[in-house]
Design a protein around this ligand. Sequence first.
Ligand SMILES: Cc1ncc(COP(=O)(O)O)c(C=O)c1O
Length: 397
Amino acid sequence: MEPLTVRLPRINPAVTHMDESIIRDMTRVAEEAGAINLAQGFPEYPIAEELQRAAITAIKKGINQYTRTWGDTLLRAKLATHLHDHFGLVYNPEDELVITCGASEAIMATLLALLARGAGVVIPEPIYENYLPAARLAGAVPHILTIDPFTGAWDPAALDRACAKAQVLILNTPANPQGKVWTRDEIEVLAEILKRHDIVLVTDETYAWITAPDHPHVAPATVADLRSRTVTIASFSKTYAVTGWRVGYAAAPAPLMAAIRNVHDFLTVCAPAPSQRALVTALDLPPTYYSEMAAIYRSRCDLLSTGLRNNGWRTNNPQGTYFLLVDISDLKIKDDRRWAVELAHTRGVAGVPGSAFLWDGLPHEDRPSDRRGRFLRLSFGKGEELLLEAVQKLGRP
Ligand SMILES: Cc1ncc(COP(=O)(O)O)c(C=O)c1O
């Protein structure tokens, strides 16, 4: 008998291009070094008691099988009211909403639905780590719009040039990692450019509820006439501290939504049924739940940023999310990934090196990555005691 030849599998180049998630990598480094992990983004925040009870009840009451592919009917109805009452968004739960396995799946399903092979997608930088892999799996070509990580400034002329080559733009507001919350005025400028180039806007509003008091979240689909060309994506993960429940959503005008729902169906069938049903209860939480949560994250932000600044570090002033950027450009670091690993070992605090969020810092086939140190991302989603200990451990630059 002929021996079987074991052939190497053919791997999609979009996948070989993927870098291991630096965030997960820094978590491993933190464990090895026994360091405080301010690299990973999941929140240390109590889950509301009624939510915990609702999840147990859902399972006991037999909500354990597939839901309708586009999501639990009760949750979609409640979500439509919630989006209207809090953000002024108007979506019909029947044909304009889909419940997904987190915002992560909503992003993937949307980009696969909208981007044909070779299509252009504008991605603002610093870049949240999911967007490039999703764009590449769709076979799309990324065009990067640089945003100053510290001031949040961007150039409308540069956006105009990028949009001339694209069909879709991804906007993350509040933005991870730089904490920028896009203002209504800025979104109006953006809207005019998107309209001129007939671009679809895909938003990621995962941190909509975690903002500073003077920087309220503006849902882009409520600005100018953007609604008709926008896919609004967000998540229950951070707002209710349930990142492991895997529930997020996308909302869009019916023709766009029909395409997204098709991809979602074949990706995951549906989001976890008990999580979806339990989150109906989350949407009944009073407004004080959200104001208290935002205030607690703000005080954690102040604690970490003031502590670091008092020690001589320079930081940004995040308007939203629970991430703080520490400006390390003065330290003249040649390889910020190596530096971040050393920092975890020598100072006992793990953060995410800024090059992980920058186009030039990512792997390229034709040139080496530029990993000069610009910033380190630290999460203040953690408890106060841990943040104080981190400040003490980081000491002076
Ligand atoms: C900007 C942003 N979008 C999306 C996600 C993913 O959220 P989900 O848990 O809903 O998939 C995260 C998680 O860290 C995030 O920071």
